[in-house]
Write a protein that binds this ligand. Structure first.
Ligand code: 1HN
Length: 350
């Protein structure tokens, strides 16, 4: 006489042979009340990133790299197998030497570049040359050709932010090298081309060309004006880089922000279902993530995993702190999965 348990096991085996599975087998841990993630809060020090970039500069030729880029990515301690920064985003640092060209390619992953150091390099997106300036944000929307080259004197360093793990999870990675080895045909960047969109009379071509370049001087001025007029209790003064073609987030999968914390400013704690990666552009402070303090200085980067309580503080009583950040919020918003909680009180125990 078989026990009920043995009969269920027999049924499970039969179903397995038929490539079927009873939902009674789902472990309780897969039905949590709160969202769960493998992604861990972590902070990377600039000294480690910078030293690694300099070592790579001396040892890695652009053309020896499979991706033809000298790029070092931040590996989340919870994602050592995939070597991604979060389950949705990749955050990396790229160094290019004077005279070097990182050849054109395109891919289904969308990318942003935030420029940290140097001048004289450009990134050519769909053939349009965009000069990189410190603090600028440059977009490479999905499936646009892009090439980088450096015509200046000192090494250039920038952040590459991409939606690689998301596109990978959807199984739709496509990657194409530019067929012409002599490089992209380039036109000089024309800022007026972005002040309005045109098409020839009689044409019905749908023009939805995204602006690619957010210059630092404009961003900073706007941020200073915002900082004087309105504060967000959880963010200080925070700007989202908007895509003017859609009026929506920076890119369909990524939202980028620049935020300012005044000297001594502390924000309130909140949590949300989107994940954030921060880079300290200026200043020093502390972000408390689920009760753990992460002390940051200029050049450091850190991850705030989804659904973790977090709050920021500028540790300086004299200087402002500026944080650049990238978020997967547009993905959560698109599917109605964005959720946010703020408790209105501070958990900061500095
Ligand atoms: C990529 O195409 C670049 O074009 C940088 O500079 C980093 C990381 C993953 C996949 C593609 C670039 C990248 C990347």
């Amino acid at each position: 006489m078989k026990t009920a348990n043995e009969e269920i096991q027999e049924l499970d085996r039969l179903l397995e042979q038929r490539l079927l599975s009873g939902l009674w087998r789902i472990p309780a841990g897969e039905r949590p009340l709160d969202p769960k993630t493998e992604v861990k809060a972590h902070l990377w020090k600039w000294a480690d990133i910078y030293d690694s970039l300099l070592k790579a500069r001396d040892q890695i030729g652009i053309h020896a790299a499979v991706n033809e880029r000298r790029t070092i990515r931040l590996v989340n301690p919870g994602l050592k197998e995939s070597e991604m920064t979060s389950h949705t985003m990749l955050f990396a640092f790229q160094l290019i030497q004077p005279g070097e060209v990182a050849p054109a390619h395109r891919h289904t992953m969308a990318a942003i570049r935030f420029i940290l150091q140097g001048k004289g390099a450009y990134t050519a997106v769909e053939g349009e040359k965009v000069m990189m300036g410190q603090g600028d944000l440059i977009l490479t929307p999905q499936w646009t050709w892009h090439e980088h080259a450096h015509e200046g004197a000192d090494p250039m360093i920038w952040i590459d932010g991409l939606d690689v793990p998301l596109v990978k999870a959807l199984n739709v990675i496509s990657f194409e090298p530019y067929p012409d080895k002599s490089g992209l045909a380039k036109t000089d960047y024309d800022p007026s081309a972005h002040s309005g969109l045109t098409r020839s009379v009689g044409s019905t071509e749908k023009i939805a060309k995204a602006p690619l370049h957010y210059r630092w001087d404009v961003t900073y001025l706007t941020l200073k004006v915002l900082a004087q007029s309105s504060r967000n209790p959880y963010e200080g003064a925070a700007l989202e880089y908007v895509n003017p073609v859609t009026g929506g987030p920076t890119l369909p999968t990524l939202s980028c922000w620049m935020q300012m914390l005044r000297p001594g400013e502390r924000t309130k704690a909140h949590r949300h279902t989107s994940t954030s990666i921060y880079h300290v552009f200026r200043g020093s402070g502390t972000t408390v993530i689920n009760g753990e303090p992460f002390h940051w200085e200029k050049g450091d980067s850190f991850v705030v995993p989804l659904w973790s309580w977090h709050e920021h503080a500028n540790r300086s009583q004299a200087g402002e702190a500026l944080l650049f950040s990238m978020h997967d919020k547009p993905v959560l918003d698109a599917f109605g999965l964005y959720r946010e909680e703020g408790d209105g009180k501070s958990h900061l125990g500095l």
